[in-house]
Write a protein of this length. Structure first.
Length: 368
């Protein structure tokens, strides 16, 4: 049940075979226009940690810049792919335990990398962020295990091999719970496939039931064009299948994306590739509370995007200086003076529990 391009798979397998280090590798995935975030994330990755960069749909200038400046193995998909597809290739090719780090995830405590790579035989993954799905159901349910979030992970290769020996095909990709409505134009639906009924039936045995006797799956919701569609997010099917086989999720840190996205050890910003859509007053919202939430995310990430672009734009391809000026205009349109951006961004981060020192490490200065 993997949906891979055979030619691209051969290329990626050849690339992987030529890596000097394959043990405890961490993959960083990024698309065009995000090199400043890659640079910032790499600031906080020790040189001793093996990192492999994976790009998608980059310009020729961006590809050349990465090869010449970042000093890490680099594979680029010429077409635009999303992270779910990349996970599929990683599961198909890796022969050793490996990790994943989002480019908007900053590891301020480097010792966490050592903790992440210490994976037990009984665990399917080590994670930093997860959530209690039972608290999200109506009414609340007794959900017996935390559900993984993919921002910073380390995966047990032996569990992948164990699942591959079963008769059921599977994939780490996200899966639609039901067919996507034809009225929706949400582009990611083209990369989502319908979750096979065999998995729904088999996994129902390990999941709690609602009042009607139906299994409660940890589904996420996406709203587009007024239509709500449900899906299992990236890596959740893998986690459920591993759980069914007796493997558990180890929480190296018990952080929740909503309440503890930022700590003085590790930070996840989130939404960096699409946050600007949240600034549109017509974005998919149903009430003023939700509209206010998206507006807050938009402004917070806009300020960080501008500050991080400002740290690297002079050494990056020319596009990034143009992009920084565009962000300046956007900030001015909000009525915010540029000279106050740093302090406002720091204040927003400290309001979320970060120390001022840590906030300044993100918001000012530095090189990869």
């Amino acid at each position: 049940m993997r949906y891979l391009d055979e030619e691209r798979l051969r290329e990626f397998r050849r690339f992987y075979g030529e890596l000097e280090e394959r043990e405890n590798v961490f993959y960083l995935f990024f698309t065009t226009g995000l090199l400043h975030w890659v640079c910032k994330s790499l600031q906080f990755v020790p040189a001793t940690v093996p990192v492999v960069l994976i790009g998608s749909g980059l310009s020729g200038e961006e590809r050349e810049w990465v090869h010449e400046n970042l000093g890490r193995p680099f594979f680029c998909f010429p077409e635009t792919v999303d992270e779910g597809i990349v996970w599929d290739y990683l599961f198909a090719v890796n022969t050793s335990d490996f990790g994943w780090l989002d480019i908007d995830c900053f590891v301020l405590n480097p010792k966490i990398f050592d903790e992440m790579t210490e994976i037990r035989k009984s665990d399917s993954m080590n994670c930093i962020w997860s959530y209690d799905y039972g608290l999200r159901t109506e009414p609340r349910s007794r959900f017996s295990f935390p559900v993984v979030r993919t921002f910073f992970l380390f995966v047990n290769q032996n569990v992948i091999q164990r699942l591959n020996r079963t008769r059921q095909s599977w994939s780490p990709r996200p899966f639609l719970w039901e067919e996507a409505p034809s009225s929706s134009s949400f582009k990611r639906y083209s990369t989502f496939h319908l979750l096979p009924e065999v998995h729904k039936e088999n996994l129902a045995r390990i999941l709690p039931m609602d009042s009607c006797g139906n299994a409660i799956f940890p589904v996420q919701e996406i709203k587009k064009d007024g239509v709500v569609t449900r899906h299992l997010d990236t890596m959740v099917l893998y986690q459920l299948l591993a759980h069914e086989a007796g493997y558990r999720l180890r929480q190296v840190r018990r952080l929740d994306e909503d309440g503890t996205a930022m700590t003085d050890e590790v930070i996840h910003v989130g939404s960096i590739s699409y946050y600007r859509s949240f600034g549109n007053p017509d974005y998919e919202t149903v009430n003023e509370e939700e509209r206010s939430k998206y507006r807050e995310i938009y402004e917070r990430v806009l300020l960080l995007d501008y500050l991080i672009a400002g740290q690297f734009h002079q050494e990056l391809p020319k596009y990034y200086s143009v992009y920084k000026r565009m962000l300046e205009r956007e900030i001015r349109q909000l009525g915010k003076p540029l000279e106050g951006v740093l302090e406002e961004a720091v204040s927003r981060m400290t309001d979320e529990g970060l120390s001022r020192e840590s906030a300044l490490r993100i918001c000012s200065g530095g090189r990869p």
